[in-house]
Design a protein around this ligand. Structure first.
Ligand SMILES: Nc1nc2c(c(=O)[nH]1)N[C@H]1C(S)=C(S)[C@@H](COP(=O)(O)O)O[C@H]1N2
Ligand SMILES: [Mo]
Length: 326
């Protein structure tokens, strides 16, 4: 069985040239040659340098960690080592390579406000440290399957999105939830590329947002989340392709129309709203049948809903005529 791997997976082909030119500029700005940049970032992180650097103001969160593990969320495979997960990321605001961990240290995570608005009875605008005090933090071991056909497992610390939905108390007209990334343009070299529809946005149906698996993560490996994973707060929806799990969220809006999402706006023929994992529905440019497990490099068969069908298949049983798996 052959799995095609191409460079610039998530980039529409006609943009690939502009893309690599951008990455090279980014590398030069850091005073490194293009080849050295990736390697330096990778090996630097392997020594545990970048992920350890937390904001001084992380004390409130740090005092709540480590949170108790919820044993209901188990894995069928080994946990990916922290240094591997922290050194291979997708965070386009900081560049299109996987080695954005160093650049992501420029993300300012304090002060950080999360706004919850739209069709709700209880709109909120809370400082991140006040927000986390409203919820009981727990740890869950989740799988993560990127649309590019690599996967990892990770222990997230956070709280169930449905608890925030409850607190916001949506009106009956609210049918979707829209998420927006709050990374400041001035901190994020990748956002200078004008052909991307910044800010990064994502969306779920309200039923998906109420599903027990939908999780808002604020920590990894029992610690404050490294910036490259989307600090201070990011979504984890493990039955969907990774791009749905939006990072560094600053706004959550309850709406009555399907929200535009970053990847759909960029290339709707390749990245849809639903993006549920399905090994039988290939991406237009590659197979989704297998995934490369980070660290071991093993090629393992991908599972429908990334193995979470028991929890989520029911969400889709009455939805007809929609591209649920792209
Ligand atoms: N704001 C924002 N969120 C994002 C992305 C991004 O580029 N920007 N990339 C997505 C993609 S494609 C993946 S696979 C995951 C990667 O999460 P990780 O780097 O923590 O593994 O984040 C998702 N969330
Ligand atoms: Mo991804």
């Amino acid at each position: 069985m052959t799995v095609f791997r191409r460079r610039g997976w998530e980039i529409p082909e006609h943009r690939a040239t502009a893309e690599s030119a951008f990455s090279r500029r980014g590398a030069l700005m850091m005073g490194l040659g293009a080849g050295a940049a990736g390697a330096a970032a990778y090996y630097g992180l392997s020594d545990g340098v970048a992920p350890a650097r937390a904001e001084a103001a992380d004390e409130v969160l740090a005092a709540l960690l480590p949170a108790k593990r919820n044993e209901a969320f188990k894995l069928d495979r080994a946990l990916t080592p922290e240094k591997i997960n922290g050194a291979y990321n997708n965070f386009y605001e900081f560049g299109t390579s996987k080695y954005v961990a160093s650049a992501a240290q420029g993300l300012k995570t304090r002060p950080w406000t999360v706004k919850v608005d739209g069709l709700v009875n209880n709109s909120l605008e809370l400082d991140f440290d006040d927000l986390i005090k409203k919820f009981a933090l727990e740890e869950r071991l989740y799988r993560h399957r990127c649309v590019e056909a690599w996967s990892m497992t990770i222990p997230w610390t956070g709280f169930q999105l449905s608890d925030l939905v409850k607190l916001a108390d949506p009106k009956p007209e609210a049918t979707y939830v829209r998420f927006e990334t709050g990374v400041a343009k001035s901190d994020a070299p990748g956002m200078r590329t004008s052909w991307y529809p910044w800010p990064y946005t994502e969306g779920l149906t309200i039923a998906e947002a109420r599903n027990e698996l939908a999780f808002l993560a604020v920590g990894t490996y029992g610690k404050v989340m490294p910036k490259q994973h989307g600090a201070p707060i990011r979504l984890a929806v493990p039955w969907k392709y990774g791009f749905k799990s939006i990072k560094s969220i600053s706004r959550i809006s309850f709406v009555d129309k399907r929200p535009d999402t970053f990847w759909e706006a960029l290339q709707s023929s390749e990245y849809g709203f639903w993006a549920n994992v399905n090994p039988d529905v290939p991406h237009p440019r590659w197979s989704q049948a297998y995934e490369r497990v980070l660290d071991t490099g093993a090629q393992v068969p991908t599972q429908i809903y990334n193995g979470y069908g028991e929890q989520v298949a029911g969400l889709y049983k009455d939805i007809k005529g929609e591209a649920l798996f792209m």
